[in-house]
Design a protein around this ligand. Structure first.
Ligand SMILES: [Mg+2]
Length: 306
């Protein structure tokens, strides 16, 4: 059962204990039931799956469309920047065309992504181009994103984990109650950023805009391969585009993207992630609803950003 909360510019909804701001809620009672179920199950059952472009990042910045992780890239070769822009001008209208059947559109998107990636290799791209492109990009996180990451990173404990004082280690004792040490999860609630963009660029955006790393964040996206001189030579694995963010994409991403992120960063454990059956799903594209298809989830709250 899918429940959707749509953020929009008009209207507001207020519910007991929750300030929703400007949102559209389809079924307020259902949402409350889901929130109660997620709270009762505790943080060890929860994960957040978020799209990146237009979801974690702002759609508009000072009246202009914010850059996506693909669009911000300037590969230091104007001829190829123009070629990629021409592909955008051809395929973008097809992406948003409501009358093209999904299977046909899926093939078109695959075609677009693969041509774009080929141009990045052919036209030459270095990691330094990525750094400079991100520095010069019109990109920013939505208000509240950093706070959400910080909140989710906090160590969590499970409901019902309170035990008598004399049964726990001293350092876990708190002022009014004690907590079973084994119920702590030091990594907090995991956040999976699932993007049809470019993993290497998303990581650089996180580095430059957040100035810190989060141990509970993992990125599943199109991953570049560089040679020893930091020149792009190809991409790992099958392409992830806007319409294949489904179970297949998640499963095929797992083995080859398992060491993504900072070299010394965390390695995502997909088996454990699949046991986290309560999901907060954040997206801005209908294809983003497929991001949790690989999970046999119990409760999902889907938030669509406009
Ligand atoms: Mg998006």
């Amino acid at each position: 059962m899918v429940y959707r909360v749509l953020f929009c510019a008009k209207g507001s909804v207020s519910m007991e204990g929750i300030d929703y701001g400007e949102v559209v809620v389809g079924d307020a009672a259902s949402l409350q039931n889901k929130i109660a179920a997620i709270r009762a199950a505790g943080p060890s059952k929860l994960q957040v799956i978020a799209d990146f472009d237009g979801t974690l990042t702002k759609y508009n910045i000072n009246g202009q469309r914010g850059h996506t992780s693909h669009a911000l890239l300037q590969q230091g070769n104007r001829e190829y920047d123009i070629k990629r822009q021409k592909l955008y001008e051809y395929y973008r209208p097809l992406e948003i065309c409501p009358t093209i059947p999904v299977d046909e559109k899926t093939k078109l998107m695959e075609e677009w992504w693969e041509k774009t990636h080929a141009l990045l290799v052919e036209g030459g791209l270095t990691y330094d181009d990525i750094r400079k492109s991100v520095t010069n990009a019109r990109i920013a996180f939505r208000e509240g994103v950093v706070g959400l990451f910080e909140l989710l990173e906090l160590p969590t404990r499970e409901p019902g984990s309170l035990v008598p004082d004399d049964q726990v280690e001293n350092h876990f004792k708190m002022k009014f109650f004690s907590v079973n040490p084994s119920s702590f999860n030091e990594k907090g609630v995991p956040v999976l950023i699932f993007s049809a963009g470019l993993a290497d660029i998303i990581e650089e955006v996180l580095r430059q805009k957040l100035h810190r790393s989060f141990k509970n964040i993992e990125i599943v996206s199109n991953r570049m391969v560089f040679d020893d001189n930091s020149h792009l030579v190809g991409f790992k694995d099958k392409t992830i585009h806007v319409l294949n963010k489904n179970e297949h994409a998640l499963d095929m991403a797992a083995p080859l993207h398992d060491a993504v992120g900072n070299a010394d960063g965390p390695v995502i454990d997909f088996a454990t992630m699949k046991k986290r059956t309560n999901v907060l799903l954040l997206g801005d594209h209908t294809g983003d609803l497929g991001m949790s298809d690989g999970l046999n989830y119990e409760t999902r709250i889907s938030v669509g950003f406009l």
